[in-house]
Structures are given as C-alpha cells and as structure tokens.
Design a protein around this ligand. Sequence first.
Ligand code: ATP
Ligand code: MG
Length: 195
Amino acid sequence: METPSDRRRAVGVSPPRDQGIPQQRVFFALWPRAETQVALHECAVGLHAQCGGRLLRRETLHVTLAFLGEQAPDRVELLRRIAAGQVGKASDLVLDHCGSWHEHRIVWTGPQRTPEQLVDLAQALNAALRADGFAIDRRPFSAHVTLLRNARRAPPPVSTKPVFWRVDSFVLVASELGREGARYRIIDRWPLADA
Ligand code: ATP
Ligand code: MG
C-alpha cells in the first residue's frame, strides 16, 4: 500500500508546488525537552524488543495537536497568528500506557488520563483553525507518541514505566522528507502559562 512517504518520495525531496508557490507540510505539536526524549526513547527500545518494527528516532518523538498538511507561506503566517492567540495552560502529562493501531503496525505510548488543560488547548486550537478555513481532522484529540512503525506484534498488556512530561509550550513544525524518513523543523514555539 502506498504510504504518505511513498507519495512524497514520488514527487521528490523539494517542496511540492501549487501554481508556482512553494508549500510546506506543517503541523502543531507538543515537543519534548531532551530528558523527556531520552525517557520516551527508552520506552520505545523496550517495546521494540517485544513488538519488532522500526524505532522512530529519539529527536523526532512528539504529540500531534493538529495536522495541517501542505500550506503556502501566507497560510503559515496565519497559523502563527492563530497560535499566538491561544491562551492555553501548562500541564503534567504522564505517559503510562501503550497500545497499537492499524493491525499493530503503529505502536504508541499515551496517558491513561489526558490533562484537561491539554484537551482544552487541542480543542481551542482545532476550533480556531477550522474557523479560519483550515481543513482539520474531526476525530477527537487522542494524546499519543508514536514510537514504532511496521511493528509485528501488539505491545503486551502490562503497563510501561511512566514517562513524565511537563507540557509548558507547543510548536509549529515543518515536516520535510530526508533520506532516513520524515525530518522535522520547529518553525516557532509558544509558551503555555502555569495553571
Ligand atoms: P511520513 O508520512 O513521511 O512517513 P510522518 O508521518 O512522521 O512521516 P507527517 O506525515 O508529516 O510525518 O506527519 C506529521 C505528524 O502528523 C505525525 O505525527 C503524523 O502521525 C500526524 N499526521 C499525519 N497525517 C495526519 C492526518 N491526516 N491527521 C492527523 N494527524 C496526521
Ligand atoms: Mg505520515
């Protein structure tokens, strides 16, 4: 089955063009600081031993808040303004649970309980994006970090060592295709206020 990566490889590494305007593939996300990246990577290595598949690189691990897809530069400016208008609150995310999707090919970790500040941020951001005409997935926000792709088995039904993540900012990210898969570049970051 053709994957987004295959499609992106088919058009080459340079950004796709729409009427001559270069576009960027962008999404809003939570991006972990270095020590959280290390803890998430350890969790991924443990799951990899049990489930097989491909470990995602430590520096690419994230929680997607809203996926926008290909956008022209003027839309990226609008995205910055929408982000700056958010009044989100910081929260403590505890990733204490793992699971799999798509016949176990995607293995992820997530919280058993998502902090309400984070649900509020995701809902407000997605609503603001829709109000400005962005076509956004209507499925409810599901906080998770994808750790493995093309896994062979579901994770065992035991809880993983919890990963603690102080969520005090969110980011806009450009997804670019490199030789080793998607490469992400943080375009900008917005702080979340302490509750
Ligand atoms: P690749 O698609 O090249 O294999 P990737 O999936 O890591 O790499 P993107 O497709 O750019 O990179 O996706 C960026 C993030 O947005 C990922 O967390 C991905 O799971 C999520 N995402 C991608 N497409 C959608 C979508 N249609 N709806 C919601 N989230 C999406
Ligand atoms: Mg993808």
